[in-house]
Write a protein that binds this ligand. Structure first.
Ligand code: ZN
Length: 256
C-alpha cells in the first residue's frame, strides 16, 4: 500500500478488448493506477458505451462493474448505470444494486436530458439512498446530442433536489462556462476530466466553487490518469485544497 497516496479517481470506465473479462480489465487499470498513486477508482458504464441502452444492456454494464468491485473491493467503487427512459427499470436497478449494494452512486450519461421529470423520480430515490449522481455534461460547440445534458440542466435539477450531491462530469467540456453555470448551486460539484489539460481550470473552479466542490476524475480509459492529474498537481492552489480535490471531498461524500 505504501506506493499509494490515497488518491480517489471519481470517474473511470472499464474498457476491455472483445472477449476480455473484468479480471483482465481490472489488472490493466490497476497497473497504471498504482503507478500514479491512485487508491480508489469510481467505475461506471462500459465496456460497450451504448447511448440508448436497453434494460439488458444496462444490466450487462452493471454486472461487469459489480464484478470489478467484487474482485477488488478495496480499489473499485461503482455508480449504477441507468437509462431514465426506462424509469421502472431504473428504480429497480437502484434498489437491487445501491440499496442492497455494492454500488454507492448513480451514473447518468446521454440517454435522456436530466431536465426530464423521470430524472426527478431517480433523484428522490437517490436522496433516500444518499447516493451521489455523476451526470455527464457537455456544452458541445455544435450543439448537444438529443439526450445530452449541460451544466445548466444539472444546476436546475440540483435546485429541486438540494439533499443530493451531483457531480457535473467534464465541467461541461467548455469549463469556463460550466463553472459559471453551476456556481450558485452548492450541491453541484465538478470533476476534472474529459477535456485537454489546459492551464487555469482548477484555479478557476476553486475560486468560483471552493475546493470542497471540485473532485479529481480521469475518465480513464478515455483519458489517461496522468494528463488529468496534471490539472490538479500543476495548479496554483494550496496543498490543503489539492488534498480535498484528490481525496478528501470524495471520502466525505462516500463516507469511505
Ligand atoms: Zn466518462
Amino acid at each position: 500500500m505504501s506506493e499509494r497516496s490515497g488518491i480517489i479517481d471519481c470517474h473511470v470506465h472499464p474498457t476491455s478488448a472483445v472477449g476480455e473479462g473484468p479480471a483482465r480489465c481490472a489488472e490493466e487499470m490497476l497497473r497504471y493506477a498504482d503507478r500514479m498513486g491512485i487508491e480508489w477508482l469510481g467505475t461506471s458504464l462500459g465496456p460497450t458505451f451504448i447511448h440508448q441502452p436497453t434494460a439488458a444492456e444496462i444490466e450487462a454494464d452493471n454486472d461487469f462493474n459489480a464484478q470489478l468491485i467484487a474482485l477488488h473491493p478495496n480499489r473499485f467503487f461503482g455508480y449504477v448505470n441507468l437509462n431514465p427512459n426506462l424509469l421502472y427499470h431504473s428504480l429497480h436497478e437502484l434498489d437491487e444494486r445501491v440499496a442492497d449494494g455494492p454500488f454507492v452512486g448513480i451514473k447518468l450519461w446521454v440517454a435522456m436530458r436530466c431536465d426530464h421529470p423521470n430524472v426527478d423520480a431517480i433523484c428522490e430515490r437517490a436522496a433516500e439512498l444518499q447516493a451521489p449522481i455523476l451526470q455527464h455534461t457537455f456544452f458541445r460547440a455544435g450543439g448537444n446530442l438529443g439526450g445530452e445534458s449541460s451544466p445548466d440542466d444539472v444546476a436546475a435539477l440540483a435546485s429541486r433536489h438540494p439533499e443530493v450531491i451531483f457531480i457535473a462530469a467534464h465541467t461541461g467540456l467548455n469549463w469556463e462556462r460550466g463553472i459559471r453555470a453551476v456556481a450558485d448551486q452548492p450541491n453541484v460539484f465538478v470533476d476534472t476530466c474529459g477535456f485537454d489539460p489546459e492551464m487555469g481550470f482548477t484555479e478557476m473552479a476553486v475560486k468560483w466553487l471552493g475546493a470542497e466542490r471540485v473532485v479529481y476524475g480521469s475518465d480513464a480509459s478515455g483519458r489517461s490518469f496522468a494528463s488529468q492529474l496534471a490539472k490538479v498537481f500543476g495548479a496554483d492552489i494550496s496543498d490543503g485544497d489539492r488534498e480535498l480535490i484528490l481525496s478528501g471531498n470524495m471520502r466525505r461524500v462516500l463516507d469511505l
